[in-house]
Design a protein around this ligand. Sequence first.
Ligand code: ADP
Length: 448
Amino acid sequence: MTDRLLHLLLRTEADVFVVRQRAREVAAAVGLERQDQVRLATALSEVGRTLFSDRGGPPATGAEVWFGLGSEKLQVEVIAIGPSRMDQLPSLGRLVDDLTIDDGPTTTVVRMSRRIPVGAGVDPDRLERVRAELAASAPRTPLDEMAEQNEQLLAALEETRAHRDRLARLNAELEETNRGVMALYNQLSGELEETNRGVVALYAELDERSAQLRAASEAKTRFLANVSHELRAPVTAVIGLARLLDDPASDPLTEDQSRQVELIRGSANDLLRLVNDLLDLAKAESGTIQPDWSEVDLRVLFSQLRGTVRAMATGDVDLVVVDPPGEATIRSDEVLLAQVLRNLLHNGLKFTAAGEVRMSATRDGDDWLIQVVDTGVGIPPELHERIFEEFYQVPGHSPTGATGTGLGLPYARRLVTLLGGALTVASEPGAGSTFTVRLPVAGDDGAS
Ligand code: ADP
């Protein structure tokens, strides 16, 4: 639905000025901004000039121009008698929002429109006033229009210059910012480089320290191995000599002497045990122990252990070695595994005053779980890892009065690790302890 605002006739090229001027007035009256007024006026004057120019064919003989108001749009229709030359105006579409050109054999109809800003408030009253104003205002001369056009051109130039200045200012600011960012970046990368150098130096120091630590640990192991090896012969000699002194075939000793010789023998035995344990541990740590892998029958191993450890059990404690179920074989080192289990059974008997020490084996997927469970004194949870440290013994602990070296569990754990498994403990003070050896059925193949 279009409300007609103004109707003009274009008869000669001179009328183009009038149309241009009126177009601006109409655009201003319906609330278009100044730039849009100029755009519409320019578009119309371009259409007019093209129609009446005699370049590229005969000019049009006349044209009608209608201004109307559609929904939120100012619409202009130019109906010209004559052929279209609008192909000479490729940029016309950029001046308006919509443009259509109907190029008939005798007439050419150009329709264009420009959107009116929202809230321009074009109501019927206003329209009436616009119509009246337009009717009242007399068209000006082409000279006036030219002067007006020049003014518009100057204004546009001014605006362009302001735009350019703003752009130059923005560019300068951007350059400044870039310089700032670059400076910050350089500073940051400098700091990063510095930090990196620090980290690299730290790592180098760390490597050096670990190498020193490794060397120290190896030296300790070598020292332990050498010392314990060298001590073994004289200690064994002391034990032998003490036995000889106490022998009934030798000269009889007084009661006092006999007690002292017995003390010497006991101490020498303790010393020999410590030396042997130290030597075992040193060997395990230095990596010189190579498991001798073979198929081990757990039933046979268990029954051997039952025989050898039974002697240690006192009257108040039962040693129960449960036969493993059915086919119970494992790929392992029989001697090392026996050493581990014997150690656990000895500990169980040592730290249990009454009740039982029970060893059993169960299959758990690809592993064998061998458990030694006792009803002894138990171990506080916070010490569960400490008892695997060398020489650590829970203070005031053994109810049977048996002594030890504090080296048995660290050695046992090393051996189990060597066999591809893990040794763990679960225990509560007063509620007994459970030591679990988990070993892969397939031995080293299963561990790798
Ligand atoms: P030790 O020669 O003293 O037995 P171990 O390394 O075998 O050395 O054990 C370390 C300590 O762990 C023991 O001194 C003891 O305090 C504690 N312990 C080991 N086994 C048991 C157990 N079955 N019940 C209670 N405490 C235990």
